[in-house]
Design a binder for this molecule. Sequence first.
Ligand SMILES: NC(=O)c1ccc[n+]([C@@H]2O[C@H](COP(=O)([O-])OP(=O)(O)OC[C@H]3O[C@@H](n4cnc5c(N)ncnc54)[C@H](OP(=O)(O)O)[C@@H]3O)[C@@H](O)[C@H]2O)c1
Length: 279
Amino acid sequence: MNKYLVIGNPIEHSLSPLLHNYWFKKYGILDSIYEKRKVDKKDLKEIVESVKKGDIKGVNVTVPFKSEILNYIDSFPNEVQKTKSVNTLIKENDKVVGYNTDQGGFEISLSVNNWNKKNKKILILGAGGVAPSILSSFIKKDGASKVYLCNRTRNKAEELKKHWDAAADSCGMLKNTIEVVDWEKKIELCDLVINTTSVGLSVDENINFDFDHYDNNKNVLFYDLIYNPKETNFLKNAKQRGNKIMNGKLMFLWQAQLAFKMWTGVSPEINDEVINLLS
Ligand SMILES: NC(=O)c1ccc[n+]([C@@H]2O[C@H](COP(=O)([O-])OP(=O)(O)OC[C@H]3O[C@@H](n4cnc5c(N)ncnc54)[C@H](OP(=O)(O)O)[C@@H]3O)[C@@H](O)[C@H]2O)c1
């Protein structure tokens, strides 16, 4: 039996087992099972060793270990070097390699919604493990005109900006697009506001920003990377204000599709049936 895992803490919210097991069945890959496991930092080494030994065939890594896991794997491609974030492990030539499919999943989720980033103003909330993958999507050439980056712990956002500004020239990125702003500061109207924090994973959690100036603005998209619960307070409030909303379901589906293809060689179809599976 080929074993796959999603690891994180918390992990209860993860719908990865439901999705991957559905795809295993749909595509006749019947000798495979995908499970979730709540882990601590001390368990990461052992998980990577299990992939190396072949006891686990593939792993998805989620909150809060996407950066930490880099310390235990053997190698990773260039885009991981840039984002310092890994969400997919696979064994290749006796080495455990870490990939980032979040970035691709996020970009596809916007493009299938016909959302074009060119010359747009973006507000990104959060500077944790997934934030670099989101940030990097906007500072490519032909990207956003401005990216406001805002994190409760401000210095993490400063570090992220420093990293990208330094790397910009060598990786063909736009320079000086990012401005770090204080948490909960009222910021000028943006075209896209993205919650990349984990605030909202518990249903009663709230992000206490003043978004009153977005009232009745139908053009602004509020995007929460969280997909379970499917409507966080961040999205509920935006809907009440009359803004467009989107949760992390499509990003989740597309990042999962990219990982599934790496592990099995099969590229599963993203259709209404699979979208509804996660409702
Ligand atoms: N849809 C998808 O496919 C997808 C993919 C990846 C991630 N996600 C979601 O994205 C979220 C973040 O993931 P991650 O890997 O970046 O997590 P992470 O590394 O643990 O980072 C958590 C972020 O949330 C902030 N935060 C936590 N509690 C807070 C609070 N009470 N007030 C303000 N900020 C707070 C942290 O700020 P500090 O730095 O100040 O602690 C940090 O910026 C999770 O909800 C995850 O489920 C979704």
